[in-house]
Ligand binder design. Structure first.
Ligand code: GEK
Length: 244
């Protein structure tokens, strides 16, 4: 196994903090960054593979929107029972896409994978049985989110599913404070310093805009999904399953 480079991007003081971007520096350390920042990430990835196995339909497409280095794509590819399916992984960061293509090429998957460098808001979604948005919707501006979900709904076949994972905020201030503290403890326990945590928070402030579970549920309903359930939560990170 290749060594995973450590995320030290915010370990030194930045005099001029710029907004967070999915650039080459981030792509290089991404596996370490996401594992140490998102509680439950590894479990979620494995379980997305199982859900894809359950919901994939023969001769359909599976989409991984905001695929980064292809973790969810690889998890799905390993479990898909129908080898006539195809996975379309989409990300608008070229640094992510190049690394993702290498990761896919290194694994002999029985399922074909296309890795596309594009804005997910412009992506055609068709004949889809599974669509994954694993911590991606939160990076779109809130006014673009309903159009994307409506486009996904239209592109799903009957019985097809959207798996939507997001960092959330809580309407109850006590719950918000508790979950925020738990998330902070998680990052400290994974070796991030107070300075790293605070600089990263500032860099993400205008880029990652979390919403409440209720906001997501209302938007999924507005997009057309009549059946939805929350199937995963780890502190302030949740995943929803919405069925067409
Ligand atoms: C995983 N799903 O490992 N179009 C395409 N890609 C986008 C867009 C957009 N408009 N906006 C953001 N991205 C992955 C993790 S990371 C989550 C997803 C995180 C891409 C962006 O380039 C990045 O690769 C990804 O969405 C978000 O399961 O870093 O917290």
């Amino acid at each position: 196994m290749k060594p995973v480079p450590e995320d030290t991007l915010y370990a030194n003081r930045h005099d001029h903090l710029v907004d967070f971007e999915f650039n080459e520096d981030v792509a290089r350390v991404f596996p370490d960054m996401i594992r140490r920042s998102v509680p439950g990430y590894g479990t979620l990835i494995t379980l997305i593979g199982l859900l894809a196995e359950q919901y994939a339909q023969p001769n359909t497409l599976l989409y991984d929107l905001g695929s980064s280095l292809g973790a969810a794509t690889l998890a799905m590819g390993r479990r898909l029972p129908h080898h006539d399916c195809r996975i379309i992984a989409v990300d608008n960061s070229m640094a992510m896409v190049e690394r993702c293509r290498n990761n896919i090429a290194e694994e002999l998957s029985p399922v074909a994978v296309d890795v596309v460098c594009a804005d997910i808001c412009q992506q055609v979604i068709e004949n889809a049985s599974v669509v994954v948005l694993n911590f991606t919707l939160q990076f779109l501006s809130p006014e673009d989110r309903l159009a994307l979900l409506s486009n996904i709904y239209k592109g799903l076949v009957p019985g097809g599913v959207l798996l939507l994972s997001e960092k959330i905020i809580f309407e109850n201030p006590q719950e918000q404070a508790l979950q925020n503290d738990l998330h902070l403890s998680f990052k400290r326990a994974n070796g991030y310093s107070e300075m790293e945590i605070s600089q990263k928070r500032t860099a993400l402030e205008r880029v990652l805009i979390p919403e409440s579970l209720e906001q997501h549920q209302t938007r999924l309903t507005a997009a057309g999904f009549s059946h939805q359930q929350q199937w995963f939560q780890c502190f302030n990170f949740v995943s929803l399953l919405a069925v067409k």
